[in-house]
Design a protein around this ligand. Structure first.
Ligand code: SIN
Ligand code: FE2
Length: 216
C-alpha cells in the first residue's frame, strides 16, 4: 500500500455520501487487491475481455467480461443478461468467493443487508475509454443495490439524477474505492468520463471496475 492509499484508507474511511442511499468508501477494497487481481486473471483466462457492440451499432470503448451465474451482454439485438458467454459458448466463470464476500460486506457497510449478487460485470478501461450516461435497468430486481469496485487508474465517475439531462456530480474513483448505490438512488444515471493516461503502479494503463448486481 502506498502512503497515499494508506491515508485514504485510514483518514477517510467513513463512507462518503453521494446521495441519500449512495456512498463511496475510500480504499475499502485495498486489503483484498491481491486476491481480487488473481481471481480476475483466472476469469479473464476463461472469458477474455472483449469490446461488445451496442444495439445502435457502436463498439464500446470499454472492454468487458463477467463472472457469476449471469453476465451482462450487448449486441445489435439489445442489452441483456445471459447465463452463456456468447464468445465461448460456455457458462461464465463462477463468482470467486473473495468477490461474493467483498460484495456483501461492502453492501452491509453501506447499509444494505443480505446482498447476494448473482452477476458481476467486469469492465476494463484503457486511456480514452469512457462510459456514457446510463441507468442500470436490465436487472430483474431493482431492490438490490449496485456495488462497484475500482482498481488501477483513477477515473471520474459521473453520478446524475433520474433524468438523463439532470446535473451530474463528478466523483473521483481511485484504486481500491468502492461505490454503492441502492433504493432511492438505484436508478440514477451514471457514467465514466474518458480516462486520462495516468498509469497506475500495479495495473499500468488500465482501470478495472467490477459491479455486483442481483440480475436474475
Ligand atoms: C458501470 O456503470 O457499469 C461501471 C461504472 C464504473 O466503471 O465506474
Ligand atoms: Fe452502470
Amino acid at each position: 500500500m502506498t502512503t497515499l492509499e494508506l491515508f485514504r484508507n485510514t483518514a477517510l474511511n467513513t463512507p462518503e455520501p453521494i446521495g441519500p442511499r449512495a456512498v463511496v468508501m475510500r480504499g475499502y477494497a485495498l486489503p483484498y487487491v491481491d486476491d481480487l487481481l488473481s481471481a480476475i486473471a483466472d476469469i479473464v483466462s476463461h472469458a477474455p475481455f472483449r469490446n461488445m457492440v451496442t444495439p445502435g451499432g457502436f463498439t464500446m470503448s470499454v472492454a468487458l467480461t463477467n463472472c457469476g451465474a449471469l453476465g451482462w451482454t450487448t449486441d445489435r439485438k439489445g442489452y441483456r443478461y445471459t447465463s452463456i458467454d456468447p464468445d465461448t459458448g460456455g457458462p461464465w466463470p463462477a463468482m470467486p468467493d473473495v468477490f461474493a464476500a467483498l460484495a456483501s460486506e461492502a453492501a452491509a457497510a453501506a447499509g444494505f443487508r443480505n446482498f447476494k449478487p448473482d452477476a458481476c460485470l467486469i469492465n476494463r478501461y484503457l486511456p480514452g475509454a469512457r462510459l456514457s450516461l446510463h441507468q442500470d435497468r436490465n436487472e430483474r430486481d431493482f431492490n438490490a443495490p449496485i456495488v462497484s469496485v475500482s482498481l488501477g487508474m483513477s477515473a471520474t465517475f459521473l453520478f446524475g439524477g433520474h433524468v438523463r439531462s439532470d446535473k451530474t456530480a463528478k466523483i473521483p474513483l481511485h484504486h481500491g474505492d468502492i461505490a454503492v448505490w441502492g433504493e432511492v438512488d438505484r436508478m440514477r444515471y451514471h457514467g465514466v468520463m474518458p480516462l486520462k493516461d495516468e498509469p497506475h503502479p500495479l495495473l499500468s494503463n488500465q482501470r478495472i471496475n467490477f459491479t455486483f448486481r442481483k440480475a436474475g
